[in-house]
Write a protein that binds this ligand. Structure first.
Ligand code: CA
Length: 511
């Protein structure tokens, strides 16, 4: 067999740097039209460095909690289609909180699986699996949270990754501290939360974020040594609870007068940013920075309903609410992309994007789009035109969809089972429990202070129809209503009933 012909252009390495539960404002890089007090609180020089070399996406979206976003990232499918609509944990057990009215549907409680024998399996090919087929070494470091414990989807090695460091079923760390062995035993938590594969760091005083960074650097070294293009999925457990003081960075925030919870949180952010800086330095050291795309993203909005210092629902200001919410604070996330030679330095893209766009984008970047016989029929759209020109022509009213027929737990602005659609400047939210609707112009009213439902009924109706048509097409699962014994109607029927202007749709018995 002759040796393969060298491609004319070596495919770029791809570094996806994913942060857990990081809010849109948890950075010194301003994603809002102007700098905010939160931008002045946080210190993220590596993010600023990345932004100075690439595109800042000011309206990037994810799902409102962890697993749905992560499965969408891996499959390019919307949560309404892959049906991992809530966060996953134990096999065959839903994580939904109890609700007086809503009964969640039979969503994919086991998360992603590539085994068609698994009931209700998501059988889409994965991003790492596809990149591996076109020659990438695919490396997973950090938090996985794609599938429930004791299911195939819990292990990144079953999902197209060649290497897995520290990824398993759990959606958070037992502990950030090596002195606690990264285990949750200190808080009497189930051993489920113990982070695997980092034993050599136990008791060394190495903070979790740093241990993961060193592992990622070692994997990068190996790939470079082997002259292998790599897809490095650096997925930090930071900044998810349980917070802990990172001794390297905490003092600055205590000195600034933040309460202890917020000081620990800010130090977690700075430790995450230090990791990004270390990885960017390593790319330069290896001389591959110019041929590596770096994509920075958070998986949902910043935690704000509980567990933080200060008043709840305020931690993502000027956005309303936080993680779990249909409001912007729950779903709008920081996103940066640097692709040297392609992205213009310090450019800003105000087109809205979604996590489903990442798979088609990275397949195009990796040259897979032209080399694989069949590409998955995803719900996203390649962002490569926007990487080439941040102000490129882009469908202005492109619809984005959210479906969360689930119960996260806390109450507050935008929290509770919901479906939503964004198209152009408008966002319509359908709250399943009480068939209440909110319509916001999120361009004019980024803080979602004014419900425009009564003054723009035609806009609301059009959005409800568009959302419902798409739900019918993908078979979105609506929850049940205990009080009626029926499924919650689709948004168009619910809106018509709420407006008193039409039939509520044919009710369907809960299975
Ligand atoms: Ca998360």
């Amino acid at each position: 067999m002759s040796s393969a012909v060298a491609p004319a252009v070596r495919p770029p390495n791809i570094l996806v740097f994913l942060v857990d539960d990081m809010g849109w404002q948890d950075t010194s890089v301003p994603f809002h039209a102007q700098e905010t007090p939160l931008n002045r609180r946080y210190h993220t020089p590596a993010m600023a460095r990345l932004a100075s070399g690439g595109v800042k996406f000011t309206q990037a979206y994810c799902a409102c909690v962890c697993s749905p976003s992560r499965v969408s990232l891996l499959t390019g499918l919307n949560a309404a289609r892959h049906r991992v609509t809530n966060w996953t944990m134990h096999r065959d057990r839903a994580t939904d909180a109890k609700h007086a009215v809503i009964v969640p549907p039979e969503w994919n409680v086991n998360g992603i699986s590539l085994d068609p024998a698994t009931p209700r399996a998501v059988c889409a090919p994965t991003l790492p699996g596809l990149l591996r087929r076109v020659g990438y070494r695919t490396i997973h470091v950090g938090k996985a949270h794609f599938g429930a414990e004791d299911t195939p989807g819990a292990d990144p090695l079953n999902l197209g990754f060649d290497v897995n460091v520290a990824g398993h079923a759990a959606g958070g760390p037992g502990s950030y501290l090596s002195e606690q062995g990264f285990s949750g035993v200190w808080r009497k938590a189930d051993r489920y939360w113990d982070i695997p594969g980092l034993d050599k760091y136990h008791g060394t005083g190495t903070f979790l974020t740093e241990a993961l960074t060193r592992e990622a650097l070692a994997e990068m070294d190996r790939a470079v040594r082997d002259q292998c293009p790599f897809f490095l999925y650096m997925s930090h457990y930071a900044v998810h609870v349980p917070f802990a003081p990172d001794p390297r960075f905490i003092q600055r925030y205590r000195d600034a007068g933040l309460d202890e919870t917020e000081a620990q949180y800010a130090a977690l952010i700075e430790g995450m940013d230090k990791s990004l800086g270390d990885l960017l330095d390593a790319l330069d050291r290896h001389g591959i920075g110019d041929n590596t795309l770096v994509l920075f993203l958070s998986d949902n909005g910043g935690l704000s309903a509980h567990g933080r210092g200060g008043p709840p629902h305020t931690h993502n200001a000027p956005l309303s609410s936080g993680k779990g919410s249909a409001h912007e604070g729950g779903i709008r996330v920081p996103m940066l992309v640097r692709w040297p030679g392609v992205t213009a330095p310090a450019s800003v893209c105000d087109h809205y994007t979604t996590v489903e766009d990442i798979l088609p984008t990275l397949l195009e970047v990796g040259g897979a789009a032209g080399r694989l016989a069949v590409l998955p029929p995803g719900d996203g759209r390649s962002l490569v035109p926007l990487l080439r020109r941040a102000d490129a022509a882009w469908p202005a009213a492109r619809p984005l969809f959210w479906h969360y027929p689930n119960i996260w737990g806390p109450t507050g602005p935008g929290l509770g089972p919901f479906s939503a659609i964004r198209a152009g400047a408008w966002k319509l939210i359908d709250y399943h429990a009480d068939r209440r609707f909110e319509l916001f112009n999120v361009v004019e009213d980024i803080s979602e202070t004014t419900n425009r439902l009564s003054d723009s009924p035609a806009t609301a109706r059009a959005l409800a129809e568009q959302l419902s048509d798409w739900f019918r097409q993908v078979g979105a699962q609506m929850p049940g209503d205990r009080t009626t014994g029926h499924l919650v109607p689709l948004p168009d029927a619910a809106l018509a009933a709420a407006a008193g202007g039409g039939a509520p749709g044919r009710p369907t018995r809960i299975a």
